[in-house]
Design a protein around this ligand. Structure first.
Ligand code: ADP
Ligand code: MG
Length: 342
């Protein structure tokens, strides 16, 4: 009897072992890491969405529809967007979502003492750097506009915002990050938990490449026009956003004028940073801070980023040095031998 019991428990043990082995094998076989991607031109940039191979195409359609919807909220090229109407009429009652994004952007304007400035729109219009007729505005033109973010009036009860007559709002520095967050929310609602959302270099990663491997993300080398990466980062479940001046600019008389403006000079911001990357879970914050840090320059920017929890930065400086925030502990590989981590 005792012998039989022993045998039975041994048999049970074997069964449990075999069962768990098959589950293990099954799960490793069924873990498909294959993805499919779709690309479209939205929000003035190339947007590519990578989703698991078995994803229904309707999900992609809905993602691009979400990007269209954000454009209808904040685009400055769409004359009917909420922000365009605000800029035209100088006052508007915004939808709840746009109002929230608006308030968030102005909160960051205050926190960054105007390095990030959503009220810089009139200067952006004059320069038209990403538009059809980029030019250097005259001093008189720049003196006649108002870019003081502190002068915007909010009404939290009614969502009404009011700006000055010679002021324009520009949420171009947060739009792509905000959109990426929205796409993540939508995909999570569809029970999709692996994705690479790339909105013109504004990247949001859902999940990891596989259960034991991060995604590998390359940051573009600003000194190499062919689009090679200067560094590879191992990342998962986070957003990574880079601002630089190597893509959107125009040149006149040998001088390069880029699209990130200084609130102080209303000219393209001068910075020792040539590639400003922020990593955090919140893509809208990444988007804002990557622009902000560029404007601040590396010394101020590192202090600034270190104040935020769970926000990491990596800046490539014009002298080839790479600096990171205190908490930066991601695996990386530097690909350009002229650059070095300090
Ligand atoms: P990109 O991803 O193209 O580099 P950014 O996220 O860095 O864009 O934002 C740049 C855009 O934000 C500009 O094209 C302009 O519309 C707007 N902008 C320019 N300067 C500032 C600033 N100092 N603060 C906030 N927005 C700005
Ligand atoms: Mg940005």
């Amino acid at each position: 009897m005792l012998f039989y019991k022993k045998l039975k428990s041994k048999y049970n043990l074997l069964m449990v072992f075999l069962l768990s082995l098959s589950i293990l094998l099954l799960s490793s076989c069924s873990e498909s890491t294959e993805m499919k991607s779709k690309t479209d031109f939205k929000e003035g940039t190339i947007c590519t969405i990578n989703l698991p191979i078995d994803t229904n195409d309707l999900v992609f359609d809905e993602c691009f529809a979400i990007l269209d919807q954000v454009e209808s909220q904040i685009s400055r090229t769409d004359a009917n967007s909420e922000i365009s109407k605000l800029n035209k009429n100088k006052t508007a009652i915004l939808s709840d979502e746009t109002y929230m994004l608006f308030k968030y952007s102005y909160e960051l304007a205050r926190e960054s003492s105007g390095a990030f400035n959503p009220s810089i729109g009139a200067a952006v219009s004059l320069w038209d750097i990403v538009g059809d007729n980029p030019r250097i505005p005259s001093d008189e033109e720049l003196n006649n506009i108002d870019t003081d973010y502190k002068k915007v009036i909010f009404n939290d009860e009614t969502n009404q915002v009011t700006i000055l007559d010679n002021m324009e709002v520009d949420l171009g520095g947060v739009g792509k990050g905000y959109s990426a967050n929205k796409l993540r929310d939508y995909l999570a609602g569809q029970k999709i938990n692996r994705a690479i959302i790339n909105l013109g270099g504004n990247i949001l990663l859902m999940g990891a490449k596989s259960s034991n491997q991060d995604w590998t993300i390359g940051l573009q080398d600003p000194k190499d026009e062919s689009g090679t990466s200067y560094i590879l980062l191992a990342l998962s479940n986070t957003s990574v956003v880079t601002s630089g001046t190597y893509e959107r600019y125009f040149e006149k008389d040998g001088v390069r004028y880029h699209h990130i403006l200084s609130s102080k000079t209303l000219y393209p911001a001068k910075s020792d940073i040539i590639s400003s990357t922020i990593i955090s879970n919140n893509s809208a914050l990444c988007d804002i801070l990557s622009t902000t840090c560029f404007v601040m320059g590396s010394t101020k920017a590192l202090d600034f980023v270190n104040k935020y929890d769970d926000v990491y930065s990596i800046f490539l400086l014009s002298d080839g040095s790479i600096v990171t925030s205190e908490n930066f502990d991601f695996e990386y590989t530097i690909l350009n031998e002229n650059y070095h981590m300090i």
